[in-house]
Write a protein that binds this ligand. Structure first.
Ligand code: FES
Length: 101
């Protein structure tokens, strides 16, 4: 059970899923850059990810910071900021899609 980041055909498994670690942190554990420019302070809006539809109930609800950075349509489509989004519990399987750059 872990967080798997999908970019195109590539799948990168973080190997863990921890409630106290945001999804940006999970990516950083495997040295995967997802675009953070503000150090995870919710200011840059660059660490955009999309949670797979079947896994959206497994993560924390959008924060006020995300509501300010992302449109309602983006949030409705599962887009989140990695630094603001946490697994709801340890040991979950989560699939997270990254923009292809
Ligand atoms: S890292 Fe900048 S908003 Fe998340």
């Amino acid at each position: 059970m872990s967080v798997v980041f999908c970019r195109g055909q590539e799948e990168l498994d973080s190997g863990i899923c921890m409630k106290g670690l945001n999804l940006l942190g999970h990516a950083q554990m495997i040295e995967l850059s997802i675009g953070s420019e503000c150090g995870g302070h919710g200011k840059c809006g660059r660490d955009r990810i999309v949670i797979s539809p079947e896994d959206r109930h497994k993560v924390s609800p959008p924060t006020a910071i995300e509501s300010a950075q992302l449109s309602a349509a983006q949030l409705g489509a599962g887009m989140r900021l990695g630094c603001q989004c946490f697994p709801e519990s340890d040991g979950l399987s989560l699939r997270v899609f990254l923009p292809v750059r």
